[in-house]
Design a protein around this ligand. Structure first.
Ligand code: FES
Length: 121
């Protein structure tokens, strides 16, 4: 049985991974569902920046960043336009998001999962 609610597609473009998710979840949740290598050292409680991603398209589908998210992003590496914390950016509207995982986040993921081979860059 498939659920009938509106959905969004999240594309992790560097990994060629794509997943359809129900609204209300986070980018980090979408990454976990499709096996995209996004770090989450603090467990998704807005206390690190290892879930840092760049939202290239579809940023308007996401919740506004909270003050807490902005404070953590201030300390992240290589922050750009479109930077979000994957554990905090909630997908609120249907559509397609194009996301790239930051190097900081990739490093965190592969450090946390030493048994997952890291593809060459
Ligand atoms: S996982 Fe730590 S801030 Fe998102």
């Amino acid at each position: 049985m498939s659920s009938a609610g509106p959905r969004a597609t999240v594309r992790f473009v560097d990994q060629s991974l794509e997943v359809e998710v129900e609204l209300g979840g986070t980018i980090l949740g979408a990454a976990k569902r499709c096996g995209a290598p996004e770090g989450d050292a603090c467990g998704g409680v807005c206390a690190c920046s290892t879930c840092h991603v760049y939202v290239d398209e579809g940023g308007e589908l996401l919740s506004e960043p909270s003050e807490g998210e902005e404070d953590v992003l201030d300390k992240a590496f290589d922050v750009r336009l479109g930077s979000r914390l994957g554990c905090q950016a909630r997908i609120e509207r249907p559509g397609t998001l194009v996301v790239r995982i930051s190097n900081e986040s990739l490093d965190a993921f592969y450090n946390e999962h030493p048994n997952v081979p890291r593809p060459p860059r």
